[in-house]
Design a protein around this ligand. Structure first.
Ligand code: SF4
Ligand code: SF4
Length: 440
């Protein structure tokens, strides 16, 4: 078992995982108010099926998918719908939410469990679609779409992304330790759907305990291979992982399926297990609450629609030194302007950071040091692309493959001139994607 990694670029930010890595996942109690967003995936928002006064149980379908790239939404609690509202999401945009007041008595409205050995591929895939599972690795793409590649794309490899390369986050680590057999069960269900005999779980070597436990659990059945990878950010990027595990390059503008691979996150595999074996739709988020600004760091299972504030309060509140709240990891997460925003299916962490944890510096002119170029694992030219984006020269940015950028933040982390490179990349990328849509 060698220490594999991707070819070029990458950085080693301080990990800060020690704040929560020893803390097992706990179930957070249901808060007094739930606001479930209709838009929780990379695609169209779901269409509401309930109205003010509707009574729902835990798992009741409250909004159906609107088209193929969309995911249904279920109630995370038993209670009464108090209205359909408009509230701010974590990125500041207004979104539609179903407001629910939880009841004292909680009842389940789950699907019938399925025994995977006797089920067809179609039945398993349909369960994943109906359960509203979305990718837990950040992009929140509907999982059933990713597991339905076109016939001409021959898939020969499934990789479970267990890198969790973002600093602070340890929820995937805890899923590996606390729900080992469920993770393997979910992985095998996905393998069955993709008609694969072999699957891989890629884990960074800063998680030896998880590697040991998974190796032990797969000892008698070699259908799943545990691959220990070098700890390097962004090892969890799909293209990086495919290079490290399979030694295959995904060409620019192409997808993992073009090289025969499907990548799923650890949390997604566990959600697949829950939907198939327990009949539970995607109604909770496993997340890490960490940072030196939070009083009691924790790893939690939180009902979707719980506000960031309620999660923070459950963790004892914030220290006076707290200066920033981020949803997600520090490299790719979103700084929150309001603590009212709700937890969604793909929320992986809530970080409360202090001044000392946020390296600040005044932005200066580019020093032409080339560091951003040498650390970009996708071999892009961040300095040039950021400049083109700033100048609105989007056609040129398109030619230099700005849409390939995975917004990993590595270039910005490394930049001594403190240029917000990733913000410019994000802006340019959106403008180019808009341009491309208008062209079609
Ligand atoms: S944010 Fe984009 S340009 Fe910057 S290092 Fe990551 S992939 Fe490269
Ligand atoms: S790292 Fe920053 S200062 Fe150096 S070339 Fe890139 S943008 Fe310029």
């Amino acid at each position: 078992m060698g220490k594999k990694t991707f070819a070029s670029g990458g950085v080693h930010p301080p990990e800060f995982k020690e704040l929560t890595e020893q803390l097992a996942l706990e179930v957070m109690p249901i808060p007094a108010r739930i606001a479930v967003p209709l838009s929780q995936c990379l695609g169209k928002p779901a269409k509401t099926l309930v109205k003010k006064g509707s009574e729902v149980k835990t798992g009741t379908l409250i909004a159906e998918a609107d088209g193929i790239i969309s995911a249904p939404v279920h109630s995370p609690v038993t209670g009464n719908v108090t209205g359909i509202g408009r509230e701010h999401s974590g990125n500041g945009a207004l979104q539609d939410v179903v407001l629910i007041r939880p009841s004292d008595r909680q009842e389940k409205d789950f699907f019938q469990p399925i025994e995977p050995a006797g089920a067809s591929t179609e039945e398993l895939l349909e369960r994943i679609r109906l359960a509203g599972i979305v990718g837990q690795g950040g992009a929140a793409f509907p999982t059933y779409v990713k597991l339905s590649p076109p016939e001409e794309k021959k898939i020969d490899s499934l990789i479970i992304n267990a890198c969790e390369c973002e600093p602070y986050l340890t929820r995937d680590y805890r899923l590996m330790l606390d729900r080992t057999s469920d993770l393997l069960s979910g992985t095998r269900i996905i393998m069955k759907i993709l008609n694969l005999r072999k699957g891989y779980i890629g884990i960074e070597d800063n998680k030896p305990e998880a590697v040991r436990k998974l190796l032990q659990s797969t000892e008698s059945d070699k259908d799943i291979e545990i691959i220990s990878l070098k700890t390097k950010y962004p090892q969890g990027g799909e293209k990086m992982l495919i290079k490290a595990v399979l030694n295959r390059e995904v060409p620019q503008g192409k997808l993992p399926m073009d090289v025969g691979a499907v990548v799923q996150n650890t949390g997604t595999a566990v959600a697949v297990h829950d939907a198939v074996i327990k009949g539970e739709p995607a109604i909770t988020a496993a997340l890490t609450v960490s940072g030196k600004g939070i009083r009691n760091p924790r790893n939690l299972i939180v009902p979707v629609g719980t506000s960031v504030k309620d999660v923070i309060d459950f963790c004892g509140g914030i220290h006076e030194t707290a200066t920033r709240i981020i949803v997600g990891g520090p490299m790719m997460g979103t700084t929150q302007h309001s603590v009212k925003s709700p937890v969604v299916k793909a929320t992986s962490g809530i970080l409360v950071l202090t001044e000392e944890e946020i390296p600040r510096g005044r932005e200066t002119a580019c020093l032409k040091c080339g560091r951003c170029v040498s650390v970009c694992a996708l071999n892009l030219l961040p300095t040039r692309l950021a400049r083109l984006s700033r100048l609105g020269r989007f056609e040129e940015a398109e030619k230099l493959h700005i849409t390939t950028c995975m917004e990993c933040g590595t270039c910005a982390y490394e930049c001594p001139a403190h240029i917000p490179l990733v913000q410019w990349m994000r802006l340019g990328k959106r403008a180019v994607l808009r341009m491309q849509r208008n062209r079609n």
